[in-house]
Design a protein around this ligand. Structure first.
Ligand SMILES: Cc1ncc(COP(=O)(O)O)c(C=O)c1O
Length: 416
């Protein structure tokens, strides 16, 4: 029996692949210096690791441009704020969806309230899919940015970015994508899909640690620097350099965080090599190896998710939200148990069954307004991951069955 059954991978993936822990520890010990800036050998080697990580991530996300456009930050929130404030001016218009996380909703709300920006918030269907044509209809000649959450962190629905990208490409607007729930799970084709700014967080599907994230800003996209400060280059200049990545990276970067992402990229490639076998893997690119790894990871996660959906649907008083069958989705799955407040259910799962879930609004309040789940304090979110096993799944099935029987029994007793 385990001490914890972890179903909160949508919040952060845990555990990480073993090489991530090992390389972070080893690299921080051997090269834990301020990269690039000092010019000594150790600093130069640390900088080489960082540059290599930019290249690996560019390949991973299907970005063929200069890897210097891969810009590191604290997390997705940091990059989304930088992108939104850096792209949109007073008088501009923005399109976002009602599926967005507060890391988009709140900056958009502030831009609207404080900076004279107008914002359209696009709805979605009952499963969680935005109609790309609704985005087209909402756009105006003043639309500067269209911001789309690729995979919902509540419903799990995955949007058709290719179709959305084709629409945005016909205008002068910039397509900003929040890949928090899909990066490391589904292939993302930044160039092919017409994504101008791809925001990622390091600590979820990318299997890095907390405190590292970033974005890829396609060449030709002009973004104001979110802050100014030391870059280790062109120090005589009174202003932030225009060159990337320095334009958007001020201050000492998270070397251990980037080392974690670097190790995770190699782990994806190794997993892909195992999937393809030595012959096919022989001259495969990093991107192709990672693609094979993602297919495998996604398959594992979907097996868990579909099994949970099937079981939950068979329990009378359990309500399952989001996509069904083979509608495009990620492994984020929300339920409620017959009016039981989500936080109470979460506490029962934790205290009585050792199951770690996220219960609440998941920082996506508009999704709950639309689902009518604000009154029960949101939903109970199960997010299995690549390292979830059979024992975890059985524990959840047993626990949810038990809680639903308890709730049904309590209701019957109250009715007598
Ligand atoms: C869809 C989505 N967007 C943005 C974020 C914010 O990520 P971070 O907290 O790493 O900045 C999250 C994390 O929960 C998320 O799920």
């Amino acid at each position: 029996m385990k001490e914890n059954y972890y179903f909160d991978n949508a919040a952060t993936s845990w555990p990480k692949p073993e090489p991530v822990y090992q390389f972070m520890d080893a690299f921080f010990r051997s090269h834990g210096v301020n990269p690039g800036r000092a010019g000594h050998q150790l600093a130069a080697e640390a900088e080489i690791m960082i540059s290599q990580t930019r290249r690996l991530l560019a390949d991973f996300f299907g970005y063929g441009g200069d890897a210097k456009r891969v810009v590191f930050s604290l997390n997705a929130t940091d990059s989304l704020n930088a992108a939104l404030y850096g792209l949109v001016d007073p008088g501009d218009h923005m399109v976002i969806t009602r599926l967005e996380h507060n890391s988009v909703l709140r900056p958009a709300n502030h831009l609207e309230r404080d900076n004279g920006v107008s914002v359209s918030r696009i709805g979605r269907d009952g499963s969680g899919y935005v109609d790309p044509e609704d985005i087209r209809r909402a756009m105006t000649p003043k639309t500067r940015a269209v911001v789309v959450n690729h995979g919902s962190n509540v419903l799990g629905a995955v949007q058709d970015l290719k179709a959305i990208g084709a629409i945005v490409r016909e205008s002068n607007a910039v397509l900003v994508v929040d890949s928090c729930q899909t990066a490391g799970v589904l292939p993302i084709e930044m160039d092919d899909w017409g994504i101008d700014v791809l925001v990622f967080t390091g600590h979820k599907g990318l299997f890095g640690p907390m405190g590292i994230g970033g974005m890829i800003v396609a060449e030709g996209i002009d973004m104001r620097a979110p802050r100014a400060g030391g870059t280790g280059v062109d120090s005589i200049s009174p202003y932030q350099p225009d060159d990337y990545p320095f334009h958007l990276e001020a201050g000492t970067p998270s070397l251990p965080g980037i080392a974690g992402l670097n190790a995770a990229q190699h782990w994806f490639a190794d997993l892909g090599r195992q999937q393809l076998g030595p012959k096919a893997a022989g001259d495969a690119s990093h991107r192709d190896l990672c693609r094979a790894a993602l297919d495998h990871i996604y398959g594992v996660e979907m097996d868990h998710t579909q099994r949970l959906i099937k079981t939950f649907e068979s329990i009378d008083n359990v309500l399952v939200y989001g996509p069904r069958g083979n509608q495009p989705r990620v492994a984020t799955l929300c339920i409620n148990i017959d009016g039981l407040p989500a936080d109470e259910a979460g506490a029962m799962l934790d205290a009585d069954h050792g199951i770690c879930v996220r219960a609440g609004l998941h920082c996506a309040p508009l999704v709950h307004e639309d689902e009518g789940t604000v009154g029960v304090k949101g939903t109970i979110r199960f997010s299995p991951g690549y390292f979830t096993d059979e024992e975890d799944i059985e524990q959840v099935i047993e626990a949810v069955t038990e809680i639903s029987e308890f709730v049904a029994g309590r209701k019957a007793a109250a009715a007598r």
